[in-house]
Design a protein around this ligand. Structure first.
Ligand code: G
Ligand code: G
Ligand code: MN
Ligand code: NA
Length: 249
């Protein structure tokens, strides 16, 4: 049996679930928002991570029902939390095949979630193939009050011009750059330059993949206001994040 068939069945059988990774304020260490990350509990293979099934979902078209499920599940969960944001990763394939703004409009209506608390994370792949279509979709999301983040910033080809020509609110610095910060050969300077770019363009900047105290100290000194990474919190279950957000952990 192939993974595509398994995935189709697993989606109907409730085998997919979300984990939530907090995004923290560097100063107060309070949680500013939470990123929803999908996982699969396969009945025979056990836990499978998104790098091993998102590409298959994208090739098979299953990313459409899966992506809709992720969005609805994250909004339903976040509607129960105090007023912090939730971010959801949306695949370029969803943008190319569906009206993502219409989907979000429908899901926030159904779940009663406030669209201004939702952030959609996209990678540059969204902008490359059909820029006009992407512009319309991103504009439609902005019109709903949804925030837009450019995910994995710095790893693609057109990051710099895209930041100006598309309505992004947030830059998420790819964890590769955070990982390089402690090197002597200019790793920190590259991150400082991205922070400066964000400031110049009026965008908020999130550092991803923060794993060491030294990285956090440097980012705080460099005026980065939001951080995410294993040092602060791993992706966690709905139960754990709910406890954290209600002040219990
Ligand atoms: O959670 P983890 O580090 O294993 O995620 C690996 C990759 O899978 C990341 O690039 C992340 O953005 C992506 N990913 C996680 N959840 C989702 C999701 O719900 N939809 C999409 N399209 N990608 C996701
Ligand atoms: O591409 P995206 O930024 O959406 O990917 C998020 C993924 O990064 C999640 O799957 C999450 O598990 C992973 N992640 C989160 N924090 C860290 C970290 O500190 N180090 C590493 N290596 N991965 C992380
Ligand atoms: Mn992301
Ligand atoms: Na990222």
């Amino acid at each position: 049996r192939g993974l595509v068939e398994d995935m189709r069945r697993g989606l109907a059988a409730g085998e997919f679930f979300l984990e939530y990774q907090p995004r923290f304020d560097t100063r107060g260490r309070s949680v500013r928002s939470v990123e929803a990350l999908v996982r699969w509990h396969h009945p025979e293979r056990g836990r499978i991570g998104p790098v091993d099934f998102i590409p298959i979902a994208e090739r098979s078209g299953l990313i459409m029902p899966l992506g809709e499920w992720v969005l609805r599940t994250a909004c339903q969960a976040a509607a129960q939390w105090p007023a912090i944001g939730v971010s959801v990763n949306v695949s370029p394939v969803q943008f190319h095949n569906t009206d993502v703004a219409e989907l979000v409009r429908r899901v926030v209506e159904e779940t009663g979630f406030d669209a201004s608390r939702l952030e959609v994370e996209v990678t540059e792949g969204v902008l490359l193939e059909d820029a006009e279509r992407a512009r319309n979709a991103l504009g439609g999301l902005k019109a709903l009050g949804v925030k837009l983040a450019m995910d994995d910033f710095g790893t693609g080809y057109s990051s710099l011009s895209s930041l100006r020509s598309f309505p992004f609110d947030v830059i998420k610095i790819d964890r590769q750059f955070i990982n390089d910060m402690e090197d002597r050969d200019g790793g920190r300077e590259v991150v400082q330059a991205i922070l400066g770019l964000g400031k110049a363009l009026g965008l908020s900047v999130t550092a991803e993949g923060v794993e060491t105290v030294r990285q956090l100290t440097m980012l705080t000194a460099d005026d980065c206001i939001e951080v995410q990474g294993y040092l602060l919190a791993h992706p966690m279950s709905l139960e754990s994040v709910s406890t954290l957000l209600s002040g219990g952990g």
